[in-house]
Design a binder for this molecule. Structure first.
Ligand SMILES: NC(=O)C1=CN([C@@H]2O[C@H](COP(=O)(O)OP(=O)(O)OC[C@H]3O[C@@H](n4cnc5c(N)ncnc54)[C@H](O)[C@@H]3O)[C@@H](O)[C@H]2O)C=CC1
Ligand SMILES: O=C(O)C(=O)COP(=O)(O)O
Length: 599
């Protein structure tokens, strides 16, 4: 046996005293709508979006121009509202009527948008790669999934990078303007050759590696800087990965292909320009914000940078009269990297499939703010996902007081190797089960960790590695809440925590342990737990009370410490017993305590 404790969340607990046990978890609350559809989501990777049930046709707001093929796909499933050029205020007004929003780079999806949605917005689809225009923190907080379309415009962006590189080197744009102005300036527009020159690709991801491949075809010596890129992928196309300073110091051309993050913001600035070769030429088809644009103007004027070709700007469109855009040695395009017919059709289909899939609960691989779970893992974990949520719900309903629900320990027993079980989904569902019955917060896979953290709920996970064949992913899940009192004293285990444990049997989740008592009751309907002195006739007595009240009993199981000592009886019921029947059960002399728990 071996254990590991990989995950912990800690902050002060903000307890919401509201108790609402009304919502009943079903498979469809985790997988919101039927999984059947004409078009199935990509079988690559999927993540579950625990969205609100969408009984009516959902509404998708398309806020920027999207390819026809994508619109057609959306229209098969949803009401589609194409409203382009909305002001921020108009977007905030419209959003409360929408289940999904699709944007490109021109729309700011700010915190106000999520706040204004009133909880209805479940998916934001970014028809492209960069999600720097979406407030991901706010999306996560509001339980809204963000998906992007990361692959369909890669080649278009790389081709545009090469177009800018070659056009800049040969002054194509400037010479064209000059000829159109009636001039013939052959000496003025002598260019530089690319062959044999060193190109530093900054950010060796999808676009960067395609640029590198093409630049090698032009006879350039290509190096790359990317702290996170695998060296073998670079080596495979004959590119050497180098340090940031080395890239700056040796490049004749620098092409930027990293995302805009706090770490890359203004990464080209006065200090870093000073490290470059005199006469360096810069291409940017990534994001304007990775360059300090004022510093670039200084570097152009100071002779460090000979030329720049820019597709992206810190503010888009850049203000009229912008010094950088108007600079003679700058070639500018209006964020055209992804703008080919082919890429736009591809992106539109990619994002439409992702958004429709997400609304159906079968999201494709491109979730940006939620863990992605491989499809085959998800299929295997489905019954355990239900078990996890129900154990969370049971455990929290057993709490009577104490210092609040702050510390929860989850133990997974499995014969699988520790790195062969992805527990993020299970943790999210336990969190959902723990929080939803005691709050009005809607918890899903997107916001589970955030919500737990906000409420000061610390969830630690522990793995117990069992011997034997790892056919099923899990043997059991145990949920323990520490430092609390219980309404059902027998639910407190010898080590002092409220303890519930369950397993999946024939695809159905079962409660198999309460406190130190072994029971076996299927987790369907609701449960009555009774502790009594172990003696004949107890099952009959309680069963007949429920029968008289027309409450259907689905399961009964008795767990005892020793014959004729204390026993715990777990009774599964299809319907909620009336107050009077619960009172009658409590009145049976041998019953020492009992509790009714809604699943
Ligand atoms: N101009 C346009 O129309 C388009 C622009 N883009 C932009 O191009 C950029 C790259 O896109 P993809 O290649 O698809 O993304 P990607 O995620 O495949 O590649 C980005 C690479 O940058 C690397 N990176 C992250 N931080 C870095 C750092 N500090 N220094 C160096 N490398 C770093 C990552 O490890 C990754 O390999 C994104 O900013 C995207 O928004 C993408 C498509 C079209
Ligand atoms: O995909 C990206 O990151 C892009 O920058 C493309 O932007 P766009 O969809 O053309 O507004």
């Amino acid at each position: 046996m071996a254990t590991s404790a990989p995950h912990a969340l800690r902050t002060p607990f903000l307890r919401n005293p509201t108790l609402s046990l009304s919502s009943k978890p079903t498979l469809s609350s985790v997988f919101p709508v039927s999984l059947s559809s004409r078009r199935r989501a990509s079988p690559r990777l999927v993540v579950v979006l625990s969205a609100a049930r969408l009984d009516a046709k959902p509404t998708v707001l398309v806020a920027e121009k999207l390819g026809e093929a994508g619109l057609d796909l959306l229209k098969e499933f949803a009401n589609v509202d194409c409203s382009y050029n909305l002001s921020p205020e108009e977007l905030c007004t419209k959003i409360s009527l929408c289940d999904a929003l699709i944007v490109r780079s021109g729309t700011k999806v700010s915190r106000e948008v999520f706040e204004s949605s009133g909880g209805r917005l479940k998916v934001v689809g970014r028809a492209g790669v960069g999600i720097d225009n979406v407030d991901l923190g706010a999306a996560t907080e509001f339980g809204c999934l963000v998906v992007n379309a990361p692959t369909a415009n890669t080649v278009a962006a790389a081709e545009h990078g090469i177009a800018l590189l070659t056009a800049m080197a040969r002054n194509v744009a400037q010479a064209d303007a000059s000829v159109k102005a009636g001039k013939w300036q052959r000496n003025k527009y002598v260019g530089v050759s690319l062959v044999g020159k060193t190109l530093a690709v900054m950010g060796f991801g999808k676009v960067g590696s395609e640029v590198a491949r093409r630049a090698k075809g032009l006879g350039m010596h290509v190096i790359a800087h990317d702290p996170y890129a695998p060296a073998d992928r670079a080596r495979a196309i004959g590119v050497e990965l180098v340090s940031f300073d080395e890239a700056l110091a040796s490049a004749d051309f620098i092409s930027l292909h990293m995302p805009l993050t706090p770490a890359t913001s203004k990464v080209l600035n006065d200090e870093t320009f000073a490290k470059m070769k005199k006469g360096v030429r810069i291409v940017n088809v990534a994001r304007g914000g990775v360059i300090d644009e004022d510093a670039l103007v200084r570097a152009l004027d100071g002779g460090i940078v000979a030329q720049a070709a820019l597709d992206v700007f810190t503010v888009e469109p850049p203000p009229q009269g912008n010094t950088l855009v108007l600079h003679e040695r700058v070639t500018a395009t209006p964020h055209l990297g992804a703008s080919t017919m082919e890429a736009q059709e591809g992106v539109a289909v990619e994002i439409a499939e992702a958004v429709v899939g997400a609304l159906k609960g079968e999201l494709a691989a491109t979730a940006v703010n939620a863990p992605m779970v491989p499809a085959e893992v998800l299929t295997e974990l489905k019954p355990y996902v239900v078990l996890a949520e129900k154990l969370g719900r049971l455990a929290v309903q057993l709490v009577a007081g104490g210092s609040g629900v702050k510390t929860v320990k989850v133990s997974y027993a499995s014969a699988r190797a520790p790195d062969d079980l992805d527990t993020r989904l299970l943790r999210a569902m336990i969190t959902k089960g723990l929080i939803e019955p005691i709050s009005d917060v809607f918890v899903n896979l997107v916001n589970a960790d955030f919500t737990a953290k906000q409420r000061g709920l610390r969830i630690t996970e522990e793995r117990t590695v069992l011997d034997g064949s790892p056919e099923s992913p899990l043997d059991s899940i145990q949920v323990q809440i520490a430092n609390v009192e219980s309404k059902f004293a027998s639910a407190i285990s010898e080590s002092g925590e409220i303890t519930v444990e369950g397993r999946v049997k024939d695809g159905v989740p079962h409660l198999t342990k309460v406190g130190s008592f072994e029971v076996d009751v299927s987790l369907e309907g609701s449960i009555i737990l009774c502790r009594q002195v172990d003696q004949p006739g107890m099952i009959g007595q309680v069963g007949s009370i429920l029968g008289e009240e027309n409450v259907n009993v689905s399961f009964m199981s008795v767990g005892r410490i020793a014959p004729r000592k204390q026993a715990v009886m777990a009774i599964g019921v299809d319907d909620q017993p009336s107050k009077s029947s619960l009172k009658r059960i409590g009145g049976v002399p041998a019953i020492e305590e009992f509790v009714f728990l809604k699943l």
